[in-house]
Design a protein around this ligand. Sequence first.
Ligand SMILES: N[C@@H](CCC(=O)N[C@@H](CS)C(=O)NCC(=O)O)C(=O)O
Length: 213
Amino acid sequence: MTDLTLTIGDKNLSSWSFRPWFLMTEAGVPFTEENIRLDRPESRGVLKEKSPSGLVPFLTHGDLQVWDSLAIMEYVVDLFPEKQLWPAEPGPRAIARAVSAEMHSGFSALRTVWPMMFLRSHPNHTTQAGVARDIARIDTLWTMCRKQYGAGGDFLFGAFSVADAIYAPVVSRFSTYGPVTASTESAAYMETIRGTDAWQKWRAGAEAEVAAG
Ligand SMILES: N[C@@H](CCC(=O)N[C@@H](CS)C(=O)NCC(=O)O)C(=O)O
């Protein structure tokens, strides 16, 4: 299956784009990448013309266009069942979905106050109550996942899953604006994400884009 095209925004900035790209790259799903640079005079017009939602990311598969990062990842899960991108057992899979849904629909303070700036470093950036609450909740979730479900590997549910792709932009935010107070499990988990091939490839792409201006 080589006819998937994933359209994404700037690698330095687009946290929603990072998630399906990270999933597909780390899982070895073949796809063509298309880029739309954001925050440019022409961006709005290009997004309006090409994207079903006027936003990135979106996935094109023949006549089908799927928008929204979580829907894209679910479609990839359906297309490649052999890659087991959710935990196999119903219980852990339900928890992985709950943890992922919580990120998809929440943590708005963290997302607003600490936007993803993949290549930037603002250590000890000031927080506010909402951000501190979001950080503490994410630390609780990561620690719980690693302790209760992580025995089979170094990711949240042991083997790499959609949940890890959902939280990769959070690892980027914590790397940019931290250090954050985190458990030893969470600290080790962040190292795992930063050590993936997909993380290194995204970083190289972000550097190339920024250098190109
Ligand atoms: N919930 C959507 C959010 C997508 C989104 O907000 N994308 C941003 C980039 S990270 C965007 O396209 N912004 C362009 C604009 O607002 O003009 C998803 O999960 O894909």
